[in-house]
Design a protein around this ligand. Structure first.
Ligand code: ZN
Length: 286
């Protein structure tokens, strides 16, 4: 939040502000998926099971490399908080900050969801987004952000003084513990910053604060991901519902979310190569 400045602007303030920005990461050298290959892949999808995520709760599913995970809105407007782990090693997990730096604050079809250091590889590629029409609204809001961190009982306690046990952080912790058999205190540190599926967010122009607004998602919408490596995917149906008013409480109307799995045709599968870890030698100058 911007405070009133204590210092007078220098004489060349306007000149300094007028410097044109430079995009931090030029993504034209990123390995990006061929739209024709994505289209071919989607034509051959065969249903392979899935789960319903109950409101104010979470579920974890295993998604094999080469499968598609479709996150659906089967009933009413509902936001989901997504975590991804490598099934081979839960310490390799989704890195929302670097995904944001590479692709932007909101992601859609063709963007990748990257894992953290030292691997830094695409864990999944977004193959379809029924909300891609939304774009950037007049408030600077857009959907599917990699800005927010997930609602959690610690921040809730800090700001409200109360304890609430169905924040996305807690929901994902319980779901990961249930799926893996890990004790709850070992599962918790593996939960990480999320992709906010269907959530509509941005930064307020006047105060530069993170905002949310009622999601434009409707029954039948979905976001679809192609698993580049073997994954565990955790999804929480946020207690904020469509996140149009508040979260971290039982006051919002909440609906379930779907996690549907699909196999792709053998020909399409053969055309995709699972990405290896970063080639950096990790010597860091020593
Ligand atoms: Zn939440």
């Amino acid at each position: 939040m911007r405070r009133q400045p204590e210092n007078a602007a220098p004489p060349d303030a306007d000149t300094r502000r007028a410097v044109a920005p430079v995009i931090c990461y030029l993504t034209d050298r990123l390995p990006s998926p061929d739209p024709a290959k994505i289209a071919a892949l989607r034509r051959g999808l065969r249903p392979a099971g899935g789960v319903i995520v109950p409101p104010r709760d979470a579920r974890v599913v295993a998604v094999r490399a080469g499968q598609v995970l479709r996150i659906t809105c089967p009933e009413g407007p509902q936001v989901g908080d997504l975590n991804l782990w490598s099934a081979a090693s839960l310490e390799e997990r989704f890195y929302s900050g670097k995904t944001r730096a590479l692709h932007g604050a909101h992601v859609s079809t063709g963007d990748r969801l990257w894992s953290g250091f030292p691997r830094l590889r695409p864990m999944a590629t977004i193959t379809h987004d029924t909300l891609d029409w939304y774009g950037l609204d007049a408030f600077g809001g857009a959907v599917h952000d990699v800005i927010g961190t997930r609602c959690d009982p610690y921040t809730n306690r800090l700001l409200s003084g109360g304890d609430y046990h169905h924040c996305c952080h807690s929901n994902l912790t319980r779901a990961l513990a249930d799926h893996t058999g890990l004790p709850i205190k070992e599962a918790e540190p593996l939960v990480h910053d999320v992709l906010n599926v269907f959530m509509c967010t941005g930064f307020s122009r006047d105060t530069d604060q993170y905002f949310m607004k009622a999601s434009p998602v409707r029954q039948g919408d979905f976001l679809e991901l192609y698993a580049e490596i073997d994954l565990l995917a955790g999804l929480s149906a946020c207690p904020g519902g469509d996140c149009g008013a508040e979260h971290s409480s039982d006051s919002a109307a909440c609906y379930p979310l779907g996690m549907e799995l699909f196999d792709v045709s053998d020909e399409c599968r053969a055309e995709w190569t699972s990405p290896g870890p970063s080639g950096y030698d990790r010597t860091h100058g020593r």
